[in-house]
Design a protein. Structure first.
Length: 395
């Protein structure tokens, strides 16, 4: 969020400015820094996907495809939900392919919320949530996940509900904290949703990046399937964030509404990538085990290195992000720290207060992404060893 007023921008988007990922990646490029800010892998997904996309172009998948997703991809998504979570969705009526999870979120908010409807979500939040709510004319209600364990006060969550509340927006595994919501937390949220007749929008884009505990889709809990919009993306799981293939899984009635919005936002996603991603989703379980094992190694390498440099580190239970505490190094302002870091040592990170309204809760933290090969993570740590601790630090 930027505080600069833009002359042409509508009032509902004032303050959103240029997002933090664009700003920090530009800074990383200017100083030739190791970019651990924006979360995208520095490696590609499996070759078989690339070959499948090239084949799809050659085979003539080059015109608009079905608005709700190419049938083969919808079927592959349905099979994935069944294989991993025993959730049954009708591929033609209850699954909608979107332009990444970003469009899935936007279409969902456009479709389901009246101006003035309230949405409860947790801070820190993924940055597009607030913009989606603002563009839909919704009203935000925040509940803070508090460091160091990023737990929340269940009573505070319940107190946030009022007659205008329409939905709870959830993200698990959670960006940027790495928190994986526990079964009891999800049961608590589900109980509130049932009791107050709320929808739940569940952003599960990091569903396959879990190192401790397990990913539990809230749609699997009693009474939740038909009040949940599950949103995911193939970008993280298959290391193809630029393909932007996301999707929603929701009841037929909710899907019908989301599709009405989706058809006027993008109509359909890029045609040749869809049969390719259908192949990806059919890859056997071994792929997912390997993905987890590789990310676990990256997580541990980065976390150990950051701790050696002097950051306070709690290894995340999921995602490919870690929030490191900068106070042991004598710093206490994440934005100042992240603006200084690329020029000072040649590493870029994200200041998480970009994801907080209540900035005081996140100022002492910095987000590093570990969706990078080990040599890049080692290089970042080497460079971070050159960091001069701020005055007043004990080091
Ligand atoms: N939700 C979360 C929590 C994310 O971190 C991201 C992006 N990394 C998205 C949604 C957007 O996903 P996509 O790139 O598929 O639009
Ligand atoms: N989700 C990615 C992150 O959190 C960035 C996505 C984007 O650049 N919009 O880093």
């Amino acid at each position: 969020m930027s505080s600069l007023r833009q002359p042409y921008l509508t009032s509902r988007l004032q303050g959103f400015g240029t997002n933090i990922f664009t700003e920090m990646t530009a800074l990383a490029q200017r100083y030739d820094a190791v970019n651990l800010s924006q979360g995208f892998p520095n490696f590609d997904g499996p070759d078989l996907l690339k070959e499948a996309a090239i084949r799809a172009i050659r085979d003539g998948h080059n015109q608009y495809c079905r608005m709700t997703g190419q049938p083969e991809l919808n079927r592959a998504i349905a099979a994935h939900q069944k294989r991993f979570y025993d959730l049954e969705f009708d591929p033609d009526l209850e699954i909608t392919v979107t332009n990444g999870a970003t469009e899935a979120l936007f279409a969902t908010f456009q479709a389901l919320f009246e101006v003035g409807d309230e949405v409860i979500f947790f801070e820190p939040f993924y940055d597009s949530y607030r913009a989606c709510i603002a563009m839909a004319g919704g009203v935000e209600r925040l509940v803070t996940l508090r460091s160091p364990d990023f737990s929340y006060d269940a009573e505070e969550l319940e107190r946030a509900i009022n007659p205008k509340t329409r939905a709870i927006l959830l993200n698990t595994p959670h960006n940027p904290t790495g928190k994986v919501f526990s079964r009891s937390e999800l049961e608590g949220i589900a109980e509130l949703a049932r009791r107050h007749d709320l929808l739940v929008i569940s952003d599960e884009v990091y569903e396959h990046l879990v190192f401790e505990g397990e990913h539990l889709p809230i749609a699997t809990l009693p009474g939740m399937r038909d009040r949940t919009i599950t949103i995911s993306s193939t970008g993280k799981t298959f290391s193809m964030t630029g393909w932007k293939i996301g999707y929603t899984c929701a009841s037929e009635a909710l899907s019908a509404a989301i599709r009405t919005a989706h058809q006027f936002i993008t109509f359909c996603n890029s045609a040749p990538f869809q049969p390719a991603m259908a192949e990806a989703l059919r890859i056997e379980d071994r792929f997912y085990d390997q993905l987890q094992a590789e990310y676990l190694e990256r997580r541990d390498r980065l976390c150990a290195g950051l701790a050696e440099v002097g950051f306070g580190v709690q290894p995340p239970a999921g995602t490919y992000f870690v929030l490191a505490d900068i106070r042991p190094l004598g710093f206490d302002d994440d934005v100042e720290f992240c603006r200084m870091l690329p020029a000072a040592v040649g590493v870029a990170a994200i200041p998480p207060t970009a994801f907080y309204v209540n900035k005081a809760a996140g100022r002492h933290l910095v987000r590093f992404a570990f969706c990078k090969t080990l040599d890049i993570l080692d290089e970042a740590i080497d460079r971070l060893h050159g960091l001069e601790p701020a005055r007043g630090s004990e080091r």
